[in-house]
Design a protein around this ligand. Structure first.
Ligand SMILES: NC(=O)c1ccc[n+]([C@@H]2O[C@H](COP(=O)([O-])OP(=O)(O)OC[C@H]3O[C@@H](n4cnc5c(N)ncnc54)[C@H](O)[C@@H]3O)[C@@H](O)[C@H]2O)c1
Length: 351
């Protein structure tokens, strides 16, 4: 049984509170929020869970593992202190507000022999696992490009721009399904509501072999869109997270693309229109899968698939995208991470 404490019981933290109350191998012992009203809401539903407004109470011996669901700018300090107190940590996305902080946490977790996990919730989504298998099995053919859109009206964040808030989802999905590292990234965007905070942005990640991934994120859109389109040389797939029963559609469509040797001999192009497959996707709740993975890794001393290293890779891309955004939108090469890196595993030691 893993004793869990949660810091931050706001919009997302409240969901963690619900999940950790249902996991068979976890016991939610204490929650912390500086807002008394949030604590009262927890008391109403879970009167047996202790409450505090002082996060240091979560470093007591009665807590093995901490979930951090506070604003991004606070993740690093909470995670660092928790690791120094020997706690396992699940920090919400993005892991930290800078590369430097993420590198420090990854190294610290390794030194302390503790699990450091980041809340890349979508990689625990059965639909995203399905996409990964689809790509890795070669069914889509060679991947030509990926296009994602994560749009809605709000929720505007006080401490980060739309890239840091929404793009971690798409970046983590893309890295997971492609299982590749991008070479460079560029970003452009605009700040309409608050001139210092971008509320709409377009990112472009360049991978080897000319594979492109394009990410559109916005807090200023009339429609809620959560879509990933993958275009392969044989088939194409669309993951629409808004749909309840048809999350993924696989289109047997394409163009016979001329090769270098064809010298445009393939002209005019031949289009292919085939069937559309809508596979069954389990409706398992991703946040529950994520919570279970955290508890399992703590118990078994294993490394979660969204470990600190995965969190660092995403933060590295965010920071590089931010640099591009501030410098005219040109491509910026991604910095090499930890030279003595990988795999940073939390070897046995979980309590
Ligand atoms: N994985 C996902 O899909 C997902 C979705 C939404 C949000 N998030 C992440 O969750 C985190 C929280 O987002 P949110 O939407 O719940 O924000 P929120 O503002 O609704 O909640 C944050 C809570 O933290 C509390 N808090 C802030 N500083 C504190 C401190 N020093 N001590 C104790 N409590 C403190 C606030 O009072 C608030 O209740 C962010 O990192 C966000 O990126 C993740």
């Amino acid at each position: 049984m893993v004793n869990v404490g949660i810091i931050g019981c706001g919009y997302w933290g409240a969901k963690h509170v619900r999940i950790f109350n249902t996991l068979p191998d976890a016991r939610l012992t204490i929650v912390c929020d500086q807002d008394k009203e949030k604590l009262n809401q927890v008391r109403e539903q879970y009167p047996y869970v202790a409450r505090t407004s002082d996060y240091r109470d979560l470093f007591s011996d009665s807590v093995d593992a901490l979930v951090i669901a506070t604003p991004v700018s606070t993740h690093y300090n909470f995670a660092r202190e928790a690791l120094l107190h020997g706690k396992h940590v699940l920090a919400e996305k993005p892991l930290t507000a800078s590369n430097k902080e993420a590198v420090e946490l990854v190294k610290l977790a390794k030194k302390q022999n503790r699990v450091l996990m980041v809340g890349h919730t979508f990689i625990y989504h059965p639909a995203v696992d399905y996409l990964r298998q689809l790509i890795q099995s070669g069914e889509l053919g060679e991947i030509l490009y990926i296009d994602t859109a994560r749009l809605n009206l709000g929720l505007i964040r006080p401490d980060v721009n739309v890239i840091w808030d929404l793009a971690p989802h798409d970046i983590s999905i893309i890295l997971y399904i492609l299982d590749k590292e991008p070479i460079s990234v560029r970003a452009s965007g605009a700040a309409h509501f608050d001139p210092t905070v971008h509320d709409v942005a377009y990112l472009e990640l360049k991978f080897d072999k000319e594979v492109l991934a394009h990410i559109h994120v916005s807090w200023l859109d009339p429609c809620k869109v959560r879509r990933v389109t993958i275009v392969g040389s044989r088939k194409m797939a669309v993951y629409n997270d808004i749909s309840d029963s048809e999350k993924i559609r696989i289109y047997d469509k394409g163009i016979n693309i001329p090769t270098d040797n064809d010298n445009f001999a393939g002209w005019p192009p031949r289009y292919r229109f085939g069937d559309v497959l809508i596979p069954f996707i389990s409706n398992a709740e991703p946040l529950k899968m994520e919570g279970s993975e955290f508890v399992r890794c703590v118990i078994e001393g294993k490394n979660p698939k969204s470990d600190g290293w995965a969190g660092l890779r995403v933060v590295n891309i965010l920071e590089t995208a931010q640099r591009s955004l501030m410098n005219g939108g040109g491509h910026q090469k991604l910095r090499t991470l930890l030279p003595d890196s990988v795999p940073v595993s939390a070897t046995p030691g979980g309590r």
